[in-house]
Design a protein around this ligand. Structure first.
Ligand code: NA7
Length: 546
């Protein structure tokens, strides 16, 4: 077993808590608040310098919500809902971070958060019925419960670029963006990656760069965001309709304000279909992806039709037919990957200062002193932005040496893919709970909506244990097996599970990551129902002991 004692300290001197929470993003912050509410002594360890998680790290230019702002904020506090005003329908990163800082102040959360503290090792000690936690600063802590709030997209996946040490320009990954402003004005800039992040960055860089080269490996289908400022009337409407907003989210598949309609794309005429899609395309947010006919993401023929519609849009918006063809995805249909939302993305490629390079047909060779060499051509660059994605969903777990009963590691247990119960607990890892973990609906959700559900469920379970004087909880292996089978059965019904993306463990920089389904595709309402059933049946599937 790994020694987790702090040098110079005896076991009895190591601080002991009821709960250690890893991460002070949206889920860790709310979990801290709820743990306090039920009288538990909790501590949060956070690797960053402040609260905010995703919104703390992803400070790249262009970073903003793809969820309607007022559907994204916390719903648990009436006071917060009354006090906070979003300035845009889809707010930018600075505002979201400010919002989370305001919540941290309001509930005095920082008092129980240790920043710049990365958890490196956690060990279950059966005799003590405790987790021992070790930090990168040499400190340790013990706690009865361990709650991971590490985020599904928090470990950047960076390419190994030969020659990086000789390149004279700057290189920044979108999720490790400097706190100081990076100016693109008059510069030669390259962006590597055209996922949701790359698309946001590209729109922004194209405004001021002297020259922008977009290095694209796989084209994605993007749809208009439709952002606009919140007017006083919008503010009034939102403040007086929060109950309806959250109810609508609660009832919808992905907890968004958009939900699929009860009709097949194949049961209506081409005219009706196209008119509906035209309307959705011109409306804000994820409507075209999640508020569409009920079969466009599951039936290949319905998907082919919506894909053709989106292809037509790209051809209409991009002037140069060759560039338009490069921007049309050929490897997947519309919506089978996470749909990036955009504001003038396709029009960027009509600008004289923007160039598109296919790095699949012409592989990247190396960085030189002056730029990036691709397919025998050197592209001079002052700044290279890596928007190359994340080691999604399991990446942050694998960064920590998590050892359960008998010293078995979580990484080994999950070597062929995650195994969980409800995406919340793992057999062999007692008293450990995962917020937004693998095979949890929260990974495919308007995330704070599902985070609140995850945290409330875990908190109820902790209250239940307290009430019954149970000290230990552990998922039963058969419950884990059944849930894991259910996750794959449900995933199999979708086109997402058959498409290479971060949902299925694909990232060109992660050669060893298993290609399997990492989220839960049954939808948030079904997921909530399964969690509620488990709880109301005395936490069926979980064994408790004193
Ligand atoms: P994504 O969606 O995983 O996109 C990463 C992009 O970077 C994608 O276009 C990749 O191409 C590309 N990529 C990754 N590595 C390389 C290398 N080595 N060379 C060339 N191109 C590369 O990550 P995002 O950050 O955009 O979005 C993640 C989520 O964050 C998003 O879905 C939102 O929910 C928020 P590929 O497609 O793999 O061929």
């Amino acid at each position: 077993m790994t020694n987790t004692s702090e040098p110079g300290k005896s076991e009895s001197q190591i601080p002991t808590y009821d709960v250690v929470i890893i991460g002070a993003g949206i889920s860790g912050m709310y979990q801290l608040h709820k743990a306090r509410e039920i009288g538990l002594k909790a501590i949060v360890f956070e690797a960053g310098g402040d609260v905010g998680g995703t919104w703390y790290w992803n400070r790249y230019p262009g970073a903003r919500f793809d969820s309607e702002s007022y559907s994204y904020g916390y719903s648990f506090s009436k006071q917060v809902l009354e006090e906070w005003e979003w300035s845009e329908h889809f707010s930018a990163q600075e505002e979201t971070l400010r919002y989370l800082q305001y919540v941290a102040d309001k509930f005095d959360l920082r008092r129980d958060i240790q920043f710049n503290s990365r958890v490196t090792i956690v060990n279950w000690v059966e005799e003590a019925c405790q987790w021992r936690v070790q930090l990168d600063n040499g400190k340790s802590a013990s706690a009865q419960f361990l709650i991971t709030a590490v985020g599904p997209l928090s470990v950047p996946a960076e390419p190994e670029l030969e020659g990086i040490e000789v390149f004279r320009g700057e290189v920044h990954h979108s999720a490790r963006w400097p706190h100081e402003a990076v100016s693109f004005s008059g510069k030669k800039v390259g962006v590597l990656g055209t996922g949701a992040t790359g698309i946001q960055v590209i729109q922004e860089v194209a405004k001021t760069a002297a020259h922008l080269v977009v290095f694209q490996r796989t084209a994605n289908f993007a749809a208009p965001l439709g952002n606009r400022p919140m007017t006083p009337e919008d503010q009034h409407y939102v403040k007086t309709h929060y109950d309806d907003i959250f109810k609508k989210c609660r009832d919808s598949y992905g907890s968004f304000l958009h939900d699929r309609i009860d009709c097949s794309a194949l049961d209506v005429s081409q005219r009706e279909r196209e008119a509906f899609w035209e309307k959705l395309y011109n409306e804000p947010g994820f409507g075209i992806w999640l508020g569409n006919y009920n079969d466009v993401l599951v039936d290949p023929e319905a998907n082919r039709l919506i894909t053709n519609f989106m292809v037509k849009k790209i051809r209409e918006r991009v002037h140069d037919p060759e560039v338009a063809e490069m921007l049309i995805p050929t490897s997947h249909g519309f919506g089978s990957r996470r749909v990036p939302l955009e504001t003038g993305y396709y029009e960027v490629f009509n600008q004289d200062n923007v160039e598109l390079v296919d790095v699949k047909a012409n592989p990247i060779e190396r960085l030189t002193e002056a730029g990036l060499r691709v397919g025998g051509i050197e592209y001079p660059l002052d700044i290279l932005v890596l928007a190359t994605g994340f080691d999604a969903i399991t990446g942050a777990f694998n960064k920590i040496d998590i050892r359960g009963i008998g010293g078995q590691t979580l990484a080994r247990k999950w070597q062929n893919g995650p195994q969980t119960y409800l995406g919340l607990q793992v057999a062999g890892f007692p008293n450990m709970f995962m917020l937004v973990g693998p095979h949890n609906a929260a990974t495919f959700c308007n995330i704070p909506r599902c985070i609140e559900q995850n945290v409330d469920w875990v908190t109820d379970l902790l209250s239940f244990m307290k009430e019954h004087r149970f000290r230990r909880s552990e998922t039963k292996p058969e419950a884990e097996r059944e849930w894991t089978e259910h996750v794959y059965e449900v995933a199999d019904l979708t086109l997402m599970s058959k498409t290479a993306s971060w949902f299925t463990g694909h990232n060109p920089n992660l050669k060893d990551k298993p290609h399997t389904f990492y989220a839960y595709a049954g939808g948030a309402p079904l997921y909530r129902q399964k969690c509620d059933e488990c709880a109301s049946n005395g936490y069926e599937g979980i064994a408790f002991s004193e």
